[in-house]
Write a protein that binds this ligand. Sequence first.
Ligand code: 5GP
Length: 119
Amino acid sequence: MAYDPENIFAKILKGEIPCDKVFENDYALAFNDINPQAPVHTLVIPKGEYISMADFSVNASEELVTGFFRAVGETARQLGLEEGGYRLIANTGENAHQEVPHLHFHILSGRPLGPMLSF
Ligand code: 5GP
């Protein structure tokens, strides 16, 4: 599957669609989810055309992989989530119900989140 440069997060990265920005550096952009599932629900996306974790983990440069993961941690830090804790989710592909085909980590927090999965 090829990367779709018209996906919604690609448009946010290009500035064609606005977002509620939380953090940005050379490697990543973090913004609040439009349909939050918890009091804190922030998405972190890498700057680059990567569909999913499957794509990113193989094809991104060492510098981007490092920079992106540091940015995920930094975003959570800046949101003040380290003391209470937070959950990271990166849905990848069909079984995980990935809706937007640009890699994104969900940062969820702000209350006890309960068990990891509900079936
Ligand atoms: P996925 O199911 O792909 O892991 O999650 C996609 C997430 O993107 C969903 O939580 C959805 O609410 C969020 N989302 C979809 N479109 C937009 C948008 O235009 N702006 C923002 N901020 N979030 C979006």
